[in-house]
Design a protein around this ligand. Sequence first.
Ligand SMILES: Cc1ncc(COP(=O)(O)O)c(C=O)c1O
Length: 459
Amino acid sequence: MGAPPDASHVFYRKLNRSLPLIVRGEGVYLYDDAGKRYLDACGGAMVASVGHGVRDIADAIASQAAKVAYINGTMFTNEPVERLADALVRLSPAGIEKAYFLSSGSEAVEAALKLARQYHVERGEPERRIVIARTPGYHGNTLLALSASARPHYRQLFDPWLVDVRMIDAPYPYRAGDGDRSPAMTGDALEAAIVAAGPNTVAAFIAEPIGGSSTGAAVPPASYYARVREICDRYGVLFIADEVLCGVGRTGKFFALEHFTDARGAAITPDIITLGKGLNGGYVPLSAMLARQSLFDAMKKSKLGGLMHAQTYSQHPVAAAAGLATLRYIQEHELVERAARLGPRLLSQLGALMDVGDGAALVGDVRGIGLLAGVELVADRASKRPFERGLKVVERLMDAALARGLIVWPNTGHADGTNGDLVLIAPPLVVSESQIDELAVLLRDSLADVARDIAALRS
Ligand SMILES: Cc1ncc(COP(=O)(O)O)c(C=O)c1O
């Protein structure tokens, strides 16, 4: 097993635990140096879309690194980025014509927000600076992306450095007070926030089309994004769809926004889309910002010569080669269709956790779409009362699951900013039916471990 934090020179991300040393991965499984097997039920951080250890992708990376590993995106272009941009634009809703590649989801969000701001300035509306985002919601950890993220415990220390982003309630069916009629669920909350801010001061609205870790795979009402599009159009506000977590097939469509249409059944086109995580299955860091032609045209006319965002590793050939190989793998193995087909099995197996096993009473709700599911834990199912944060229920569940060889993704704070425990289940899209069943059994047993822990604490 891996070293405790003090025995290593690595500045670990978690300093209160010893991290197992992973030496190998294959499909949905990871193996540590002691030979223990883990079922990766969340693809690391909803990243490992095509599974671990895919030879084709490793080969594509090696081959591109041997040809040319790095060029600077201000001086040259390269074949993998050209081809990946073509492929993503082909998959995108009509109107999206350009792709800008970066390394992380946070960077893609930073670039998207800067593009939105620069677009308005270039068009002679410099007063448009306000961004509207949703709570719960998450868009990354660099300071602009963090400003748009409703994660009090991430923000607290850095609050003096964060910019003014106005928050509206996210559509979160499980906790929506008035159900479908609440302003958060209809989209009215967005219009009210734009009007309150002063419509000509608002630059952009950013939202995860289907909830990621923050709302645990919550799916907004069918009419929500048509209304968002209509409101944004009415007030000249750009709509940024953050598909970093839910994009690239995770929900059973390539883009999660494809689950939503307008009243005539037409697709909804955002102004900017961000992608990351599953885009290259985690093989090397890669994210993308996709934009409408009109935004690109405004940058082209700019006296500044383009978008004012500069990162050494943008348009990286090896990262793009990994992205291309991942897309090819997803298409050849029909993994988007597979996510749509296996989603109901995942949801029904997880749904059974509410009824079966000694930990059933901890499960308040199970929801999701495709191979993205959330299991929300509550102290009382009838009232939906969350556990008090001090009990660290989701951390206990994560530890119990790890001990049993199951990896799940935790989230906290979604119920009221502080309390709230849920796990996100997002296995690699190559997961089989029997692996879904295995995952559900491991989670059921881990929940029972936690229920026993909590009972012991209370006795
Ligand atoms: C929706 C969403 N956007 C952006 C990000 C930030 O991505 P990264 O951690 O790669 O910077 C995340 C990360 O979890 C995310 O879930």
